[in-house]
Design a protein around this ligand. Sequence first.
Ligand code: BGC
Length: 365
Amino acid sequence: MKKFLVAILAVATLASFTGCAKSGSASTGSSTSTGSSEKIGVAMPTKSLQRWNEDGTNMKAQLEGKGYKVDLQYAENDVNTQVSQIENMITAGDKVLVVAAIDGSALTDALQKAADAGIKVIAYDRLIMNTPNVDYYATFDNFKVGVIQGQYVESKLGLKDGKGPFNMEIFGGSPDDNNAKVFNAGEMSVLKPYIDNGKLVVKSGQVDFDKVAISGWKSEAAQARMDNIITANYANGTKLDVVLSPNDSLAIGVVASLKSAGYGTADKQFPVLTGQDCDKPNVSALKNDQQSMDVFKDTRTLASKVVEMVSAIVSGKEAPVNDTKTYNNGSKVVPSFLCDPVSVTKDNYKQILIDSGYYKEADIQ
Ligand code: BGC
């Protein structure tokens, strides 16, 4: 296990040196048209989380900037809806499919149809599992996301200096999303040694991924689980020091639970709380000291990388990748491009999110 993690870490570190160059503030990418009028299918999971709206908008704008037609679909987290959207894209003759899967293992049949029709497929952000019919993967360095979250907790609590013990509760993402396991592995590569030596104590006893995973990344389910954990372990005044949340939708549920349990007062402060995506409500939570850190994944950068991939595929070339080892989908290692995630706190969110034009000051309450 240790060897495995060291191996992933080595690859993750290597990837971070070769990670995406920032695409600057241009949210629509280059406006130089290639004159291609091919149609590109973009299948996104849901509009209910802000990040996927940003992804879809950036993908559409940047592809149209290159002269492509774009068929952008959202499936409201319903697997069957996503499958039929992909089948419609194939029937409509889309040239390349860009797919952020809802359930990474549910697209085998649909992607066989794409392969039979000679359509290339790029897995977007989430790896598509158990099929040879995924040609490329464009994402952020998911292991590194977890490492950034783990290192924040490590340094905020002074764990390296031997401080502790602290009480921590752990949340995990949706088990049908490969990313969720990779985020967890990154977090645990930093924090597991402190659980093992007793400096981090998980009162609920729920540590393993399958015990902490929240299906569908649902805020309400995270809130309900946090409610139960507080009632069973912290209602007697025991201090909760850290909640490790892999993303922002779960952090929102955790904050709601903490608030209803009376946290957020001078004598009952919010615990350290992690997140990922920099969704607007969560950046507001950073500003208001309810969430401690976030991980920014600049969807403009990911979109511009995917547009480069699409252009290469359409002109019959190999697409750019910077990792050919890490992402085995159970059928093959999918050639990947990993972009760099960035740590965000109350102290730097203005510089990273507002000065770069990602959000306006007024977006953050
Ligand atoms: C993405 C995260 C997102 C989560 C829930 C993951 O696959 O990488 O950015 O928070 O899905 O939508």
